[in-house]
Design a protein around this ligand. Structure first.
Ligand SMILES: Cc1ncc(COP(=O)(O)O)c(C=O)c1O
Length: 372
């Protein structure tokens, strides 16, 4: 029997049986490639991909041609940096603004663009004393990266207000939203956000690994960053090509079809049952009583993140792990916010729809046994 209590949903969600069944059924009974065949099976797969894309579009209030399947959030965020900086009208004198809330995957691509001379400056906007985005610090910038919810602190940021102010300062600003944690807990409305690009990973909402979403508002306008099968409608006599329309022009190569099939079911499941954040509040109230535990998140957060006085986070992780509890320790690929908090790392508890009060009680008792 698997006795593990899994409190690491924010790293990757456990997969509901319905997703495993849908993927198994697809692989066993319905598998074919998409976008290439004319037999009944191939067209049925095309229909499945279209339906899944439609589901994602509805899920975030986008149009179907704005939804691009990518490998994960990291892939989307790297591609966006490449897409923007390779546009013919783009100037490498552009300035990109980031904050200390960013995951490595959201900020490193822009540090790399700076190194390559594809942007002229990387500037930082501020966080307030609770480490939320200080909206009035949003600068005039050409490119703005916004983390809708930090994977360390778990508080939803007011993306619409941030974008509004950025557009007041520069109507042509290109806004990129990392919604990888936000999407787990909150509904997304890309119209209300008024963002240019939004990304998230499927595996953090119950889908398989290998599938992510890149929303592109002006999906027809930009020139693609990847080339190959499926994204051109015709190679012309002079050796050049005519591109497909969006979304196909963004999807060179065979799609992760099995994962797309599962993603559709994952969205249904997530909409039926989001993680129960009352469990976070319960564990917060209990762990707060332990004088050696310093909680870094607020009671209202989607995550419970803390450090233990006198114990390295890796030692803590190993000890709770030996007692059957899975949680995340370390810098969580979010070094900048840890630097701001003057910490090397922290301990993060995150919940999925499978977690129960019994799980929470087990965690509390194991932690209190280890941290006396
Ligand atoms: C806020 C945030 N952004 C981006 C990522 C990167 O996601 P992935 O590893 O699925 O590409 C993560 C993963 O932890 C995240 O929490």
């Amino acid at each position: 029997m698997n006795e593990i209590v899994y409190f690491d949903a924010a790293a990757s969600f456990l997969k509901p049986g319905s997703i495993i069944d849908a993927q198994g059924d697809f692989l066993r009974n319905n598998y074919a490639n998409s976008g290439r065949g004319v037999c009944a099976r191939a067209t049925a797969v095309d229909d499945m991909v279209k339906a899944a894309r439609g589901k994602v579009a509805q899920f975030i209030n986008a149009d179907i041609d704005q939804i691009v399947f990518v490998s994960n959030a990291t892939d989307g965020l790297n591609r966006i940096a490449n897409i923007i900086t390779r546009q013919p009208e783009y100037k490498n004198t552009s300035v990109c603004a980031v904050s200390d809330l960013e995951h490595h995957s959201a900020r490193m691509p822009w540090q790399e663009m700076l190194k390559l001379g594809k942007i002229s400056k990387l500037i930082k906007y501020d966080l307030d004393k609770d480490f939320n985005i200080k909206i009035d610090s949003i600068p005039e910038t050409d490119i703005l990266v916004v983390t809708a919810m930090s994977n360390v602190l778990g508080i939803p940021q007011d993306v619409s207000a941030i974008v509004r102010l950025a557009r007041e300062k520069n109507p042509n600003v290109i806004v990129i939203v990392d919604a990888t944690q936000y999407v787990v807990h909150k509904d997304i409305d890309v119209h209300a956000w008024d963002a240019d690009f939004v990304v998230f990973s499927g595996h953090k909402i119950g889908a398989d690994t290998g599938i992510g979403i890149m929303y592109i508002r002006d999906s027809q306008k930009y020139y693609p960053d990847k080339f190959g099968g499926g994204m051109v409608s015709r190679i012309t006599d002079d050796g050049s090509w005519i591109l497909q329309n969006a979304p196909e022009k963004w999807e060179a190569g065979t799609l992760p079809l099995t994962q797309i099939c599962g993603l559709s079911v994952a969205i249904d499941e997530l909409q039926k049952s989001r993680p129960d954040l009352d469990l976070i509040k319960y564990m917060y109230d209990e762990l707060k009583k332990n004088p050696r535990i310093k909680i870094l998140t607020s009671r209202e957060s989607a995550l419970l993140t803390f450090v233990v006085d006198g114990m390295h986070v890796l030692d803590f992780g190993a000890l709770v792990g030996a007692n059957g509890i899975c949680l995340r320790v370390g810098n969580m690929c979010a070094s900048w916010i840890h630097n701001v908090m003057k910490l090397d790392g922290s301990i993060r508890v995150s919940v999925g729809p499978w977690n129960t009060k019994d799980d929470a009680n087990k965690l509390i008792s194991v932690v209190n046994k280890i941290v006396k």
